[in-house]
Design a protein around this ligand. Structure first.
Ligand code: GDP
Length: 210
């Protein structure tokens, strides 16, 4: 990309998220999914990875996604409408230690059904805590996405909590680790909802899929 193209690419992302954005609905059942009329980008990650904070940072709306400290609230797929062109889908956080087995099984089934059978789904942003790196739970999800041929991109969260050199090293190591995964996007993005690191880039990536 030339500098001009890069600036235009970033501007497209900025404009997309400068327009109207609203919570549309929460879905606990496949029968309730909204009409599949616009592309969807879903966000997945372990509980507490910083998913709500990232959605709020991307959209520039501080309270759009609720911080998910309680497991009960986060069992649904939450759909956010971004203008006329896109939906962001907040998937239930996985790996919550205190969730009951029955609860875990239910959201896993719902999430899996959504991921496998949703034509407008363009990409899953798989969030990874920059302090912890990829964990076995994350690998399980990546394997499921590879099998379902759903493209996913790894996004490191809370990069402000590690040194810049450590964040860079984790980006490089993670890119190497996923290089052979069939459905993984090759580029890993380091972000911080606190400092805004990577947020412009993520907006632009999402806008390019809309
Ligand atoms: P979720 O469970 O994945 O939705 O995670 P939340 O967005 O609720 O964040 C979990 C915790 O991590 C909260 O205490 C946030 O304030 C904190 N957090 C989230 N993103 C960041 C970040 O980029 N930097 C820092 N330092 N803390 C963050």
């Amino acid at each position: 990309m030339t500098p001009e193209e890069h600036a235009l690419w970033l501007e497209t992302g900025r404009l997309l998220f400068a327009g109207p954005i609203a919570f549309e609905l929460g879905v606990a059942d496949m029968a309730q999914l909204p009409h599949a009329d616009v592309p969807e980008i879903a966000l997945a990650g372990r509980s507490n990875v910083g998913k709500s904070s990232l959605i709020n940072a991307i959209t520039g709306r501080l309270k759009l996604a609720r911080a998910s400290t309680e497991p009960g609230r986060t069992r649904e797929l939450n759909f956010f409408r971004v203008g006329d062109t896109l939906r962001l889908v907040d998937l239930p956080g996985y790996g919550y230690a205190k969730a009951s087995k029955a609860d875990s099984a239910k959201w896993m089934a719902l999430t899996r059904d959504y991921l496998r059978g949703r034509p407008p789904l363009k990409r899953v942003l798989m969030l990874i805590d920059a302090r912890h790196g990829v964990k076995p739970y994350d690998t399980d999800v990546m394997e499921a996405l590879d099998k379902a041929a759903v493209t996913y991109q790894l996004v490191l969260t809370k990069a402000d909590k590690v040194k810049p050199t450590e964040a860079e090293a984790l980006v490089t190591a993670t890119q190497a680790a996923i290089a052979k995964r069939p459905a993984a996007h090759p580029e890993v993005i380091a972000t911080s909802s606190e400092t805004g690191l990577g947020i412009e880039q993520l907006r632009a990536e999402i806008a390019a899929l809309a």
